[in-house]
Design a protein around this ligand. Structure first.
Ligand SMILES: Cc1cc2nc3c(=O)[nH]c(=O)nc-3n(C[C@H](O)[C@H](O)[C@H](O)COP(=O)(O)OP(=O)(O)OC[C@H]3O[C@@H](n4cnc5c(N)ncnc54)[C@H](O)[C@@H]3O)c2cc1C
Length: 364
């Protein structure tokens, strides 16, 4: 039997995160977009919720609750509704923590997981995307070669969030034509973090290119050890989280445009009563709900331990289009006002455009 009702606990989490987003993220997001800086106190307050430490087992100093992709998606939607850049910053450490919890060896878990359970925000990140036109996560140009007791990594990455601050990076590389993850500590020789990137959207999130030149990583830092990792599953988690965030961004834009259309009068009545606007709003609402349901279906399969590659890939492809259409329509509904910075819809359109790039191609 399928249920579409969040559990009592999930509803409590939704309410709590919505309140946090309203009080903190919505208060600073425009300033963050302009300055490129997110106030540390916002990140520290978010860290106190334990979004990441909650699902780390008690033996590694976490709270040891069962991990749920669905709950993760609910949190991601509410945070991204508040602001996408800040949401991505807050959740960035999970790009390392979740693969470690699910696929790390006992040694890797003991060494790295307690770091995610402290009082202060722990910057950690993953490096997947490469600066080339035919980027494919299943056929990476970055290579990993075993040499003595070390892996030697070579390649270039881009769109790596928080790379300059991260103590630990999960670098994906091709090893014998198979994508594997490698835990690279900041001090590793041959790892160079480049200048901060200048992006069209998510301007408050610091992203970087990085280069790996004969970067040596101990053999024991191959994610999952001898068994390696299930990269397809990691990619599916990422697709689902990004899609949930796309729903959050789109929902924010829809709500703003809807309220504006009810207030704004042209030719004697609110523009919301005009069919052109009303139809646009209705279609936006339909698309958002459809994407949310697809997100929930993919998380449901993931939480059952099933292969969700089809669902997550279709979802990501749909979500990329949906968020662009919805945010673009929000700009259109505001007319000339949508194009100026007095209103947030232009920011949401810039942020929404990024989803088709985050993670690379949707269908792989
Ligand atoms: C970069 C830029 C440059 C500009 N340059 C100039 C310029 O040089 N000269 C100038 O005069 N203006 C200029 N404008 C203003 C522009 O012409 C107006 O923005 C435009 O006419 C829309 O008006 P509005 O912003 O008041 O939107 P609104 O009239 O509030 O419209 C909002 C939305 O409602 C829709 N709508 C409104 N009325 C109806 C209706 N009766 N039925 C169905 N839908 C409706 C609109 O299509 C729009 O999607 C510029 C705007 C921009 C962004």
């Amino acid at each position: 039997m399928v249920s579409f009702s969040p559990s009592e606990e999930q509803q409590m989490i939704i309410n709590m995160v919505k309140e946090f987003s309203t009080d903190h993220l919505r208060r600073v997001y425009r300033e963050c977009d302009e300055s490129g800086i997110i106030p540390a106190d916002v990140i520290d307050t978010a860290w106190e919720f334990g979004f990441i430490s909650t699902s780390i087992p008690e033996e590694f100093q976490g709270l040891g609750e069962a991990r749920s992709s669905l709950t993760g998606a609910l949190i991601a939607e509410e945070l991204a509704w508040g602001d996408l850049s800040i949401a991505m910053h807050i959740l960035c450490p999970s790009l390392v923590a979740i693969p470690l919890v699910e696929m790390g060896t006992d040694e890797q878990k003991s060494k790295y997981l307690p770091g995610f359970c402290g009082d202060r925000f722990k910057a950690a990140t993953a490096a997947l995307i490469e600066p080339r036109f035919d980027f494919d996560p299943a056929a990476l140009s970055t290579t990993a070669r075993l040499n003595g007791g070390d892996y030697v990594l070579n390649g270039e990455k881009c769109y790596v969030p928080l790379a300059a601050d991260a103590d630990l990076l999960l670098v994906y590389a091709s090893e014998n034509d198979c994508t594997q993850g490698f835990l690279v500590e900041k001090a590793a020789t041959g790892l160079e973090i480049m200048e901060r990137e200048k992006n069209m959207g998510i301007k408050a999130l610091a992203t970087y290119e990085l280069s790996l030149k004969d970067c040596r990583v101990p053999k024991g830092n191959r994610l999952g050890g001898e068994d390696g990792c299930d990269f397809g599953r990691i990619l599916n988690y990422s697709r689902v989280a990004l899609s949930a965030m796309a729903v959050g961004v789109a929902r924010g834009a829809f709500e703003y445009a809807r309220d504006y259309a009810k207030e704004r009068s042209a030719f004697g009545e609110p523009i919301a009563s005009r069919q052109t606007i009303a139809f646009m709003l209705a279609e936006m609402a339909i698309e958002i709900d459809a994407t949310r349901l697809m997100t929930w279906e993919a998380t449901w399969k993931l939480d059952r331990g099933e292969d969700a590659t089809k669902e997550a890939s279709l979802l990501k492809s749909y979500a990329d289009e949906m968020v662009l259409t919805v945010t673009d329509r929000a700009v259109q509904i505001l007319g000339g006002h949508g194009y100026i910075r007095d209103h947030p819809v232009e920011l949401w359109l810039r942020n929404g455009r990024g989803f088709a790039t985050f993670n690379g191609m949707a269908i792989v």
